[in-house]
Design a binder for this molecule. Sequence first.
Ligand SMILES: C[S@@+](CC[C@H](N)C(=O)[O-])C[C@H]1O[C@@H](n2cnc3c(N)ncnc32)[C@H](O)[C@@H]1O
Length: 338
Amino acid sequence: MTIPLSLVADMGTLDDATPGVPSPDGAGHRPVLLTPLIESLQPRPGQIAVDATFGTGGVTAALLERVSPGGRVIAIDRDQSAVDAGRARFGADGAVEIAQGDFADLEAIVHALGVTAADLVVFDLGISSVQLDDPARGFSFRFDGPLDMRMDPRSGTTAAHLVDSLTADELTSLIRDYGDERFARSIASRIVRARERSPITTTTQLRELVEQVVPRRFWPKRIHPATRTFQALRIAVNHELESLERGLQAAISILRPGGRLGVISFHSLEDTLVKNALHVAAQNCVCPPQQPHCTCVHRATLFLLTRKVIRPDSAELATNPRSRSARLRVAEKLATDG
Ligand SMILES: C[S@@+](CC[C@H](N)C(=O)[O-])C[C@H]1O[C@@H](n2cnc3c(N)ncnc32)[C@H](O)[C@@H]1O
């Protein structure tokens, strides 16, 4: 079955499993919200920037231009192929170092490179369009490929393994909680029945199964019906929310006083986690509101520079409609951190 083009073209909503945005010429990944990101971070020559999600290096390049001369960009990506391509691109430039790893381990990765504090940290979450558009990676229901979805294909559990091994209840929770899918239970039950006949190992098998389960009249208007199930599996396979939680804490910890943190998210689970983490870090007290006196030892470490989230403006939306799910939040490390 072919996927209607109207659904394919509209894959950039907040609920999308595939937030990577391709560059207009089809080469690499065009970062979204790059102008507001750079304007709010205000990189300066001599600074040390950490790009926690290197991808194809668009953000790294923009940071490098502004921290030069004298500055450095330390970039991280889970995906060894992104790291290899990045080293080939920036290899000659001693000011860029690219490390393979999970940004959950950001502090250890940066320390291992001899750096103890950073002026800027950026997260541009999700997957790149290079990963998305590679059928062998199994991220997209637009292509037939193995149901893999690992950002680091050298380790961890594949989506096929989760689909094959989780119970119906576990699959229901996963698809409902990470995909906000109202047909989660029916999809999970169908997966369990189908895998008794033969294992579900490809993106096409899963896409067709979801298409059969979700009644046509309930197909979402702007996204393919399998979008939410694919998003849920990708989040689970890569432990995305756990990594993000740890990565944000590591970023806050490694920032110098006055240093800035920018986070671009692409779906509501990510954005809510980012918003809550930054809000808590910006509070001087986290005692329950009904408690008359503060007994916590929590002290604010961040100042929120974006009280309201930054979204793509009309010009960016016009040139890149798929950027509309992106949200940017920026904070500054306080001079006294407790
Ligand atoms: C949206 S892309 C970033 C695009 C990049 N800003 C650019 O300009 O090309 C996200 C990248 O972050 C990587 N990534 C996602 N989660 C990660 C994690 N927990 N640790 C390290 N890298 C991660 C993905 O492999 C992907 O390459």
